[in-house]
Ligand binder design. Structure first.
Ligand code: FIX
Ligand code: ZN
Length: 417
């Protein structure tokens, strides 16, 4: 067997494998170009990413009220972020540095600080040609979208049979169904399903039919929802009723996992719109109860609060129907990715999915993955060196196998399970 003979060689190989592995992005908010404006891309979208909009309001002059900002044309919003965040206060945050990493990787001159010429470059691109280029730079095989059948605009593209692309797979997003049954029931009723405001037996069965039809239409890889920090399961509430009456049985029938992202506090500052959501410490027993009480279901889980991460890792050691993924949103920062990845590796080995991008703007795939790769490479180099010192000898192929597992291999295995 061709094992590596020195600690330095093992470390170098780990770094190389992380740099070169093709990743699978298990959760994004991207769409195929045929879904029109839903696919966001380009410099103005990058600059107005909601992480940066939130940052803008902390540094902009008092007169710039969020209500006024949201009414402005996108270009004007982007210029304000560029001016106040980038030029006047530095680009030190992860979201701001991300724009710089992205532009540099595209070969643009960011040091020149010339927004106009950067805009000109983007104006010459077309979404159809740009999308595969971004996937190539980020070295991604495919990304999973977020497809919400309760959003009329999104549904209209699927109903019209809009063309998909190879690199984007669907995920059926069910927040409205799980968290707002009356609205979901009304939407399903309009679409021809016999659903009433009260989730009676007939309504629940019709909702399952709705999911089965959508699954047929969009071929999702999983069913998904973002859950609030105060999510408890089981509970004497509508959430448990809909989970048990619709989502869990539908997922079993479809042979698909349910992906839960837990810990958001929506509308913490409502004036900030999609930039106004916060985080809360959530209840990990909701996850362990779901896994324990529904052994025939599979769960993909990520949690938003740093405080929940350790307990969640322990939960994943106890339930083989639980797969952890990503460092989500406020956890997608180098210091926290490092901590979470170390924790997961130490408790779980290479059996989780170390990151997802959550990209809302196509171009963000470039920086989200470049930044994540850097951190994960450091952590893995360290872990392989420790293992070498302990006496284990591994081959290049074994390192590549483990790295691919962390960046999508285990996700695929979990889907196939
Ligand atoms: O619920 C989600 O999928 C979240 O990721 C988003 O709602 C959130 O706004 C986001 O973009 C986080 O990165
Ligand atoms: Zn998301």
């Amino acid at each position: 067997m061709n094992t590596l003979k020195e600690a330095a060689a093992v470390e170098a190989e780990a770094r190389k494998a992380v740099a070169e592995t093709t990743v699978t992005d298990v959760h994004t908010h991207l769409f195929p170009p045929a879904h029109g404006k839903l696919l966001r891309w380009g410099i103005d979208e990058l600059l107005t990413y909601h992480y940066l909009a939130a940052e803008l309001f902390t540094v902009a002059p008092r007169e710039l009220r969020p209500e006024r900002f949201w009414r402005m044309p996108k270009q004007a919003q982007a210029e304000l972020v560029w001016e106040h965040v980038f030029l006047h206060h530095g680009a030190l945050s992860e979201a701001a540095r991300g724009v710089i990493t992205t532009l540099s990787a595209l070969g643009l001159d960011v040091a020149g600080r010339d927004l106009k010429s950067i805009r000109q470059w983007f104006a010459a691109q077309s979404a159809g040609e740009y999308l595969p280029k971004v996937f190539k730079i980020a070295n991604i095989d495919y990304a999973v979208m977020t497809n919400d059948p309760f959003k009329a605009e999104e549904a209209s593209y699927w109903n019209a049979g809009a063309e998909g692309v190879e690199n984007l797979k669907a995920a059926l997003r069910l927040d409205t169904l799980i968290l707002d049954w009356p609205v979901a029931a009304a939407t399903m009723l309009t679409a021809g399903y016999d659903t009433a405001e009260e989730p009676n037996k007939r309504s629940l069965s019709e909702a399952r039919r709705f999911l089965a039809d959508w699954a047929k239409r969009i071929q999702p890889v999983y069913l998904a929802a973002s859950m609030p920090a105060d999510f408890h399961y089981p509970n004497d509430d509508m959430v448990t009723r809909v989970l048990e009456g619709v989502v869990l049985p539908a997922a079993r029938e479809l042979g698909m996992p349910v992906a839960l992202m837990i810990g958001v506090r929506r509308g913490l500052n409502p004036a900030l719109g999609e930039a106004g959501d916060g985080v809360g410490v959530a209840d990990v027993s909701a996850v362990t109860n779901l896994c324990g009480m529904n052994p025939e279901n599979k769960f993909l889980v990520t949690m938003l609060s740093r405080v929940n991460q350790h307990e969640l890792c322990v939960a994943a050691r106890k339930f083989s129907n639980l797969h952890l993924f990503g460092c989500w949103w406020f956890c997608n920062n180098p210091s926290i990715i490092e901590e979470i990845t170390r924790q997961r590796l130490e408790l779980l080995g290479a059996t989780f999915t170390c990151q997802h991008s959550d990209a809302r703007v196509l171009d963000q795939l470039i920086y989200k993955w470049a930044h994540a790769r850097t951190i994960v490479a450091d952590v893995l180099a360290d872990k392989y060196a420790d293992l070498f010192l302990a006496g284990w000898r591994c081959t290049k192929d074994e390192i590549r196998r483990d790295v691919r597992n962390l960046f999508g291999g285990m996700f695929e295995e979990f889907l196939a399970k």
